[in-house]
Design a protein around this ligand. Structure first.
Ligand SMILES: O=P(O)(O)OC[C@H]1O[C@H](O[C@H]2O[C@H](CO)[C@@H](O)[C@H](O)[C@H]2O)[C@H](O)[C@@H](O)[C@@H]1O
Length: 357
């Protein structure tokens, strides 16, 4: 069988992928000199997601076939990418100038954005310094946390009552529980578009716990309206077993879909709701639905954040900032490398608003 060479642009790896993995793509990527296709890991994974039954095994196979790409090629990719997605710290004045006369509204992802990625999802703490910065930020601008985690869990990490929280990838939204300048009324659940799925999610959670217990390191997390199956601590040789276990459960639940985040398989309702819809809902709740003088800023590190970046591009309002050290396919305009840079950026916004910058 003919194999095509594919450079996975965001993980500094070259992988040989069976051409059938790309069958679902309307437009195949152009062939580069040397017979390579440069494709981002995101696109590769999206494609695998779209393709039929063997998709997860195919993905595992493609990862196994990986080998390091040249350092020089990686540096070139990195430089080009940084030109297209400059550091939000370097273009800070440009950003604040664009927001003049408009109401900034802040949207922050949690894992990988406010807290560093760690092996144990239950120990993904944010630092006290980050918490203090987010608290100051919320004193300056309406601020929301938008996370794949269940709302209660992310609240327990952030512990700031003056924020909006959108948990379960935006499927569970609640306003501030403490009077903020932007919301004085008592806390209320604003939106739970997937509530009818709760019994199904609980059922699948039980089945996944049972099915995956034979895979050492696998962890199933109940995020209320969605589920996460973590494979960060699973031996790579066992990834295909785990993928098969998850698929064997999901085949009986066509109303649930599978997506992928950072070393995590995410299971969620097929409803048309995502972090982008949550962003729009929150803007509406804050009274900015049809305003031209609003400037939303969304900061996130994961594929699910792309839905929100896209909404901002489509609205032509504000912008997205991707947190990443490596080039990725993204609709975000700017980049930051890691949570410590996110904190610096947020603190600068606070200082600017207070007139110190
Ligand atoms: O939308 P987010 O707030 O970014 O949530 C996405 C997932 O984040 C968590 O998993 C990720 O972070 C863990 C802790 O650093 C890490 O161990 C894991 O590998 C990452 O995928 C969370 O545990 C998941 O439930 C969320 O779906």
């Amino acid at each position: 069988m003919t194999k095509q060479k594919v450079v996975v642009a965001d993980v500094s790896m070259a992988v040989v992928v069976p051409p059938e993995l790309f069958m679902a793509e309307a437009k195949k990527p152009p062939l580069m000199p040397g017979g390579y296709i440069t494709i981002s890991k995101n696109k590769l994974l999206q494609n695998i997601e779209i393709n039929g039954g063997a998709r997860i095994n195919a993905w595992v196979e493609s990862m196994r076939a990986s080998s390091p790409t040249s350092h020089r090629k990686f540096i070139q990719d990195q430089t080009t990418w940084m030109e297209r997605h400059p550091s939000a710290l370097k273009v800070f004045d440009e950003i604040t100038n664009a927001s003049k006369g408009k109401q900034i509204v802040m949207f922050l992802d949690y894992d990988g954005t406010l807290s560093p990625i760690v092996d144990d999802p239950d120990r993904a703490y944010m630092s006290d310094a980050m918490r203090a910065t987010v608290r100051s930020l919320a004193g300056c601008f309406p601020t929301a946390i938008v996370s794949g985690r269940c709302r209660d869990k992310v609240y327990n990490f952030v512990k700031l009552a003056e924020l909006y929280y959108a948990g379960s990838h935006g499927m569970d939204i609640r306003g501030p529980s403490k009077g903020s300048k932007y919301k004085k009324s008592p806390p209320s659940v604003l939106c739970q578009p997937a509530s009818e799925y709760l019994p199904m999610i609980d059922e699948v959670y039980g089945l996944l716990l049972e099915k995956t217990k034979s895979t050492p390191g696998a962890k199933v997390e109940n995020n209320k309206f969605c589920l996460s199956v973590h494979f960060r601590c699973v031996d790579e040789k066992k990834w295909s077993d785990l993928a098969a276990q998850v698929r064997s459960v999901l085949k009986d639940y066509p109303k649930l879909r599978l997506t992928q985040g950072r070393k995590v398989l995410e299971i969620r309702p097929t409803i048309k709701w995502d972090k982008g819809k949550a962003l729009e809902f929150l803007l509406e709740s804050l009274g900015y639905a049809n305003c031209t003088d609003v400037f939303p800023i969304y900061i996130g590190d994961d594929r699910t954040d792309e839905d929100a970046f896209k909404v901002l591009r489509e609205r032509g309002q504000g912008f997205g900032i991707l947190v990443s050290k490596i080039p990725k396919d993204t609709s975000a305009s700017y980049s930051l490398q890691e949570p410590s840079e996110v904190m610096e950026f947020l603190q600068r916004l606070v200082d600017w608003k207070r007139g110190f910058w």
